[in-house]
Design a protein around this ligand. Sequence first.
Ligand code: ADP
Ligand code: MG
Length: 286
Amino acid sequence: MTTSAPAIRVTDLRKTYGAFAAVDGISFEIEPGETFALLGPNGAGKSTTVEILEGYRERSGGDVSVLGSDPRHATLEWKARIGIVLQQTGESGNVTVREQLTHFASLYPRPRDVDEVLAAVGLEQKAKTRIKSLSGGQRRRVDVALGVIGRPELLFLDEPTTGFDPEARRQFWELIRSLSREGTTIVLTTHYLDEAAQLSDRAAVIAAGRLIDIGPVDELGSTEARVPIVRWRDGQGGHERRTAEPARLVAELAAALGEPVDLEVIRPSLEDVYLELVASVEEVAA
Ligand SMILES: Nc1ncnc2c1ncn2[C@@H]1O[C@H](COP(=O)(O)OP(=O)(O)O)[C@@H](O)[C@H]1O
Ligand SMILES: [Mg+2]
């Protein structure tokens, strides 16, 4: 395999259920070592897309190459190079966390150390607990642990941190960053825009089965959507103005009003940009 070949190449991917197109002609590439986020509202087609890439779902059309192979013809060797955390699993069962991890580790040629993985997902204290006795968030951590135990080159994470408390999410981010530093290619779908902004190099936004934007996280959306907003209050009430030169506006306000009340300079977050993007698609569809 040459290093310049993309880890994933998707060309005009389509998935239909009867007359309904869940994925309606999507194309993108993901480079080796990249952390790539797939964003979009519920029902956009994110899980359908990643499940096709994982070899879990048949596609209706288009071409897909994942680590140089078509997931339709997945071999055991190919599967061993890929880690998967599905949107819905919630491992349950009578075995303990350590037993489950040890069992999965034995299936791979070059697994990670079980204790290291337990620590990375914050389950050291639960190693001897039966999985069925864990909370929902803890079971989700088991899913993540099982996704990474085989030391995958490519890791798919479909809403991995849903149900995590804030501390667990921070821990999980550290894990993802360390996997990324080791060179793992990561495909992440998430509802948390801050998570995508923290972790990913590039992101794609999909809505209604179509790709509406793709690029580095800090370049998504229109230039206009990323222009800072200045807010302040005076005798007439609240004001808000978008300007590429917020310092100049603030200086003018200070000269005219003294210290403006409730002064704020806001740089639109990925969430703001994303909401504007998705709203523009919904307007066209309406
Ligand atoms: N097996 C199925 N049969 C019919 N429709 C489905 C099936 N699976 C998914 N869909 C539909 O496809 C669309 C995309 O679903 P999905 O990929 O799960 O969205 P996302 O992960 O972005 O929330 C949704 O409208 C969903 O209802
Ligand atoms: Mg989904």
